[in-house]
Structures are given as C-alpha cells and as structure tokens.
Design a protein around this ligand. Sequence first.
Ligand SMILES: [Zn+2]
Length: 105
Amino acid sequence: MENFIVSARKYRPVTFNSVIGQGTVTATLKNAIKSNHLAQAYLFCGPRGVGKTTCARILSKTINCSQVTNDTEACDKCESCEAFNTNRSFNIHELDAASNNSEMI
Ligand SMILES: [Zn+2]
C-alpha cells in the first residue's frame, strides 16, 4: 500500500494532445498560449470527471515552461517542468475547490 496512487492521478493526461473529449478547450488554450493572449483568469466549469483539473494543470505547466514545443506543449525537461512533475513548484499551487469551498475561520 505504500506505493498506492489514486487512479485519477496515475492516469491523468499530462499534455494537451493526450486529453480526450475536450478538443475545443485544449485548442482554445493552446491558441491563447501560442498567440501570447492569455486571459487574467480562467474558470473551468462542469461536472466531475470531465477534465477541469487536468486542463488547468496542463495549462499552468505549459505557461510556466521555458521551452514550449512547436506544438504548444510543455517540454517536460526544463527546470519548471521538472519542479511541476515532482510537485515542488513555487509558481504552481493546486487548490482542491471541492474541499475548500466554505468560509475560512
Ligand atoms: Zn518545460
């Protein structure tokens, strides 16, 4: 059990191209990155399991990557990608909105 990884984490897509069923979303995000026209904020809305967190993670990884590929994907080799992959990036912080949804005291 010490190496137990939740399947949603283990099999989560790590590139825009590997996301299935959200082609319009990934194409829009890739175009925004490619044309350097990122919005101030992005809201990912929808029922669970459709890829909100996945797309948000890929977006944050890609816009922090220092060597984005010609296909507008994160390189997976630079310092930022390495930090993201090992969950030690100071620039990217994942906050689970499903658990953090009420007033903090
Ligand atoms: Zn990179």
